[in-house]
Design a protein around this ligand. Sequence first.
Ligand SMILES: C[S@@+](CC[C@H](N)C(=O)[O-])C[C@H]1O[C@@H](n2cnc3c(N)ncnc32)[C@H](O)[C@@H]1O
Length: 344
Amino acid sequence: MTDTPAAKQPNPRSLADLAPDEVKSVVDRYTGIHNAGSERRKEHYRSFVNHYYDLVTDFYEFGWGPSFHFAPRRRGESFEASLLRHQRFLADRLALKPGMRVLDVGCGVGGPMAALARYAGASFVGLNNNAYQIERALAHTRDVRSLCSFIHGDYMQIPDGDDRYDAAIAIESMPHAPDKTAAFREILRVLRPGACLAGYDWCLTEDFDPGNAEHMRIKEGIVAGNALPEIARTLEIGTALRAAGFEVVESGDRASASDPTTPWYRALQGRDLSLRSIPRTPIGRALSNRVLRVGEKLRVFPDGAVAVSSLLNRTADALVAGGKAGIFTPMFFLLARKPGPSGD
Ligand SMILES: C[S@@+](CC[C@H](N)C(=O)[O-])C[C@H]1O[C@@H](n2cnc3c(N)ncnc32)[C@H](O)[C@@H]1O
């Protein structure tokens, strides 16, 4: 695994900060690393993931809000309420409370840690490889500033000492890891003995058949549009956690906690009656592409904005297909404990 250290990555950059001709070159660099295959994606994981989030963070925030994850949804529950419940599920399993120090591994733009700091009163340290997301996270956690701080760094080499945290969460950040066992080993190192990691990972389910061409096409679509080195099978998560030294307390796919009429991928289909979902409807997609195309010509949007939007539309289709076929889940729950006395 060789790549530019996180601390040496360029300053925070959003799509809007990039020069007009730069967006296209970042899209090309991202695509080049992706197309070079899984080993190269692992080797260049830092820049691969950074390019991706430089390009998509503004789109994600606009279309999804400050929490960059999926959630199982109950009948009649709003999209936002389902995200909150999914986050609180982790806080409850970890028994988070005031005075605890929690590492949020791959904290995105801080939506989950802000919500959980408000809910549980625990202190959070958000770790993120992407500088622009940390800049956004500082804004999203403003009202809980005394409980939230950040480290700009790589979770494969956490820039912090041993035995420092009372708990850790990792919400949909581990899918980017070039080596899951090594990533879990780093988290284990910074947890105090007896402390737990809880999170959700992206996995291929037991129904995924590598000999099925359609399954493989869907998997490739998900990998291509999300800066992933590969996608693990559900069984691999427990294996990697144990190999890293964790005791697995609980694991399982939370997708089945969705009401069948509101599957986790529903929000990607633009089937909700909300302003946020408009860009995800077929008409909304066509309209956004038209606006971006005209904006590119008028130099209101940078060259490459249409390419980013199209990439996200293609990946949304692949995620929906994976969910519908039951071969993919973005919510494989894991709760794992660092061996040793809890010290409570
Ligand atoms: C799908 S987003 C989830 C963000 C956040 N957990 C949430 O639920 O809103 C994945 C996050 O993992 C971060 N990430 C990926 N690889 C990383 C690495 N090697 N070190 C630190 N953060 C990383 C990304 O920058 C991004 O913020």
